[in-house]
Each structure stands twice: as C-alpha cells, then as structure tokens.
Write a protein that binds this ligand. Structure first.
Ligand code: ADP
Ligand code: MG
Length: 482
C-alpha cells in the first residue's frame, strides 16, 4: 500500500514533534509493556512499540477479513471435534516433532478417559497479509490462525486514539476522524464470561494461565478488568502453581488453592520450552503433568488441547488440499469458498513424490517460499538462502516432515516510523499484518456464540522476514482504510 502520508513522512521537524506527542499519548492511554530488565514488576514500565502513523489498509480486504471470521471459528471448532482428521493429519508430524507428539499424547489420553468438559470456548486470531499481484492489485492472504494465546487484543484497543492525536498534530484532522474504534478485549471477555456462566457455578473463578516472564501483562489486564467489571473473579497462575496446588475432585472439578476454576484461559503453553526447559530451574517437565491435569478437568479450557492442535501449521497445510474444507464443513459451500479465497499456496513435505517435487522447487527458487516448522510465537520460519541450506540438508531425511512449505506473500511496502523505547527515530520501509479476533462458545453440540470481535494491525520493517510484537520485531499499528 502506498502511504497516504507522503506529504509529511519526510518532514523531519514535524515527525519529531509528532513522535514526542505520540509516545506520551501512548503512555497516557495505557499502551504499555513491562521492561526486559524487570519483567515481573510494574515499577518500571515502558510504552509498547508502535508506528508513528496509521498504515493504509484496503477497505475491501479489511471487510473481507471480518466477513470470513465466523467461518474460521466454525472450522476450528469442527476440526477440534474431528479425531479422525487430527489423527490422520498429524500422523507424519508426530513421528518427528516431539512437542506436537506430546500434545497429541495428552489429547488421546483425555479422549480415552472421556471428556469431562461440556462447554467449549475458542478465542483465535486469523492473521493476513496483503499480497501484491503483478498488476499492482492487493489480495487478502492468510498467514495463519492462532488458536492459543492470541495476544494484543487489549493494547490494540488503545492505539486508534493515539494515532488520531498524531494525525491532528500533523494537520490531518479529517483523516483522524476516520480511524475506526476497536476493542477486541471486550469481545474476548464476553466469550469468557459466557463460558463461565454456562459452567454454572457462581463462586468459581476464571484462571489466566500466565508465563514465568510477564512483560505483556497489561494486554492481559485489559481482558481481566472487563471480567471484574462483570463481577467475575479472576486469578493468575503459572503451570508450576497448577502442579503444586491444583487438584481434581471426584467429578473432575478443578481446584486451585481451594478455589473452583470454571475457565482456564491460556496465555502460555504454546512453545516446547514452557514444558521442557531444564537448567533455568524455573521450568520443569512437571509442567506437562500440570497441563494434563487441566485438560482432564471439567473446567472450560481456552483452548482445549484439540483446538490447540487444530492451530498447527500442519493442519493449516492440509486444509488447503482440495476437498478437505468440504469434508470438515459439509453443507457450508459459501463459508468454504470465503475461506479458500484467503488461502495462499501451502505444501506438504511428507515423504513421497509430492514432497520431493516441492522440496526441489524450493531449493531451486527459495525466494518463492517460506519454510515453517510446527512452532508458534514468531522467529521460527526460514527464508531465502537459509531455507535453501536447511532443505538441502534434510531433504532426504524424515526430519523434512516436521516442516511445511508456504508461498511467500509479497506486500507492497510503505514508509513509516517504528517508535521503540531507546531507539533512534528513523524512517523505515514497512509491511503490515492484519489479524481478526474471533470468539465462540459451544455447549454440547450447540453454538451459543460466534463472533468477530475486533482487529489488530502489526507492522514491521521489511528487512525482518519474521517475528511478532512479543518477539521484538513488529509494532502495534492502526488501520487507515483506503
Ligand atoms: P508464528 O506462529 O511463529 O507466528 P507465522 O506463520 O505467523 O508463525 O509466521 C511468523 C511471521 O512470518 C509472520 O508474522 C509473517 O511476518 C511472516 N510470514 C509467515 N508466513 C509468511 C508468508 N507466507 N509470506 C510472507 N511472510 C510470512
Ligand atoms: Mg504468527
């Protein structure tokens, strides 16, 4: 997208003034993060990184992303209930990827015992980039769906005001008035509250399952406070707290420190290090035992382990095969067409002719592809020369199957300034990623809530191929619809 701010973006004096206003406005509005040095204390905080200017987003693609979100909610929910599909799809992956294999073992164990959970809550975020075609038109292409710990629904609700102020300072009052209000955390809390209500115990609490290192606590507080406003009690616990203090009663109700837990909202648990990392003495394999305890319980997990598995890259790749969406959502041809229109090319690297062919194509032309392992959280994908080298090395080994290949999306860059504490103010060529938050609640077989509940725009300099806000690469942004 060309920048709508061409007249001001190179005006050094105006940019400097606006940046000073922007940073203070962000602090005032609560666009906050704890610091890397003191991640467990709110004594010293800083602003979360954000763009000086809102980025242009084509209105039609923005609306398309919203329009397909309920479909993706339905799809994720359907996959999570389809044991046969998950088993078949992940069979090759779990042979070589220990983390996915362990999640899968817990999934099977919980199914064998029989689910105690009857209410299901999904919070996901479907992420997209705007792929620029040869003729210059942009198309909405899905990067991935995050089915666990999708973050920034809180902080992003505060960036539109900051960007509105910046535009006014830059003499763009009319444009400022066109920025959309946005509050995903309200919708996320609505879903959690609904699940809590259906669980049906007034005295039970909502438990946020949080990290050892808690830099992004303010984002979570936005959702927590919405729940307190509804008079729902919220507690924050880590996996090790669950290991030490958690228990199930005879009907598998979950108790922590004597309190019954109605909903477990994971903001942690999607990287292997959480469960396996030795050495730090912080995190131990006991966390797997804690995860199993939570999954066996009657509490509403957001997400349950099946829904976490539904969000793997391998599942995403299988969804793009002709006929798969139709099988998963029979009787929904329009939803299927809407979803498929957002898919980029995705390719299996499973052993066999199909995998051999695409591996060879990627080695010959690595710039066309992204190589993705079964990991979340940013910074794990491989691009360009590195992609070529790694694929060359593993192309004849089973390790290949722990990855998938995806067509690389190529958005049109635009100039902007990335505001980060302790960093110089400099103009960068940037690209953006739009996320739409979805929330749904199912009781037994009945969908009782299915909504799109807000958006997140993240922007990064083009020299970084990968990585989100938490990974220190992307920054928060606000869409300016064009
Ligand atoms: P993660 O689970 O680690 O967030 P993603 O699939 O979202 O994995 O990829 C991380 C980042 O890599 C994305 O935010 C995006 O910037 C970049 N990326 C991922 N897939 C593509 C793609 N197909 N084309 C271009 N960039 C991509
Ligand atoms: Mg991502």
């Amino acid at each position: 997208m060309a920048s709508p701010w061409r007249d001001v973006v190179r005006d050094a004096a105006a940019v400097r003034d606006a940046a000073a206003v922007a940073v203070d406005a962000a602090l005032l509005a609560g666009v906050l993060m704890r610091t890397g040095e003191q991640p467990l204390s709110s004594d010293v905080v800083n602003y979360a990184p954000f763009t000086l200017l809102p980025s242009a987003v084509p209105r039609a693609l923005f609306e398309q992303a919203y329009a397909v979100q309920q479909d993706f909610n339905l799809l994720v929910d359907a996959i999570s209930q389809n044991k046969e599909f998950l088993e078949q799809t992940l069979a090759s992956t779990i042979k070589v990827d220990d983390f996915t294999a362990q999640l899968f073992r817990i999934y099977m164990q919980v199914l064998e015992e029989g689910l105690a959970q009857t209410v299901f809550l999904g919070i996901n975020r479907s992420d997209y980039m705007f792929d620029c075609g040869l003729d210059g038109t942009a198309a909405l292409k899905q990067i991935e769906i995050n089915t666990i710990a999708a973050s920034f629904g809180g902080l992003t609700s505060r960036t539109a005001d900051v960007h509105g102020l910046v535009l006014k300072v830059l003499g763009k009052t009319k444009e400022a008035s066109r920025l959309l209000p946005n509050n995903p955390s309200k919708g996320l809390a609505l879903g959690i509250a609904k699940a809590w209500e259906l669980y049906g115990s007034q005295s039970a609490v909502v438990m946020f399952l949080v990290e050892e290192i808690q830099r992004n606590i303010f984002d979570q507080r936005c959702v927590e406070n919405e729940l307190w406003n509804r008079n729902i009690r919220v507690i924050r616990r880590r996996f090790r707290d669950v290991f030490e203090k958690g228990s199930l009663d005879g009907s598998r109700r979950l108790y922590i420190d004597g309190q019954e837990v109605a909903v477990v909202y994971y903001r942690e648990g999607y990287v292997p290090q959480t469960y396996d990392q030795q050495g730090l003495a912080l995190v131990v394999p006991q966390n797997w035992a804690a995860r199993l305890l939570l999954e066996r319980s009657r509490a509403v997990k957001c997400p349950d382990i099946a829904t976490q598995l539904a969000g793997t890259k391998k599942v995403q790749q299988e969804l793009s095969r002709p006929g798969t969406l139709e099988k998963l959502l029979p009787g929904h041809p329009e939803a299927v067409a809407r979803m498929r229109a957002t898919f980029a090319g995705l390719y299996s690297l499973d052993e066999g002719e199909e995998g051999d062919k695409i591996a060879a194509a990627a080695i010959a032309d690595p710039e066309r592809f992204v190589l993705k392992p079964q990991r979340e959280g940013g910074g794990n994908n491989l691009y360009g020369e590195e992609l070529r080298q790694v694929l060359e090395k593993i192309k004849d080994s089973p390790e290949r199957t722990s990855y998938i290949l995806m067509d690389k999306i190529k958005p049109q860059p635009a100039l902007n300034y990335l505001l980060r504490a302790h960093s110089p103010l400099q103009v960068s060529e940037c690209i953006s990623e739009l996320g739409i938050f979805g929330v749904y609640v199912r009781q037994g077989q009945e969908m009782v809530l299915n909504e799109a509940t807000g958006h997140l725009l993240r922007t990064k300099a083009i020299q970084h191929a990968d990585g989100g806000v938490a990974a220190g690469v992307a920054v928060l942004d606000t869409p300016y619809l064009v």
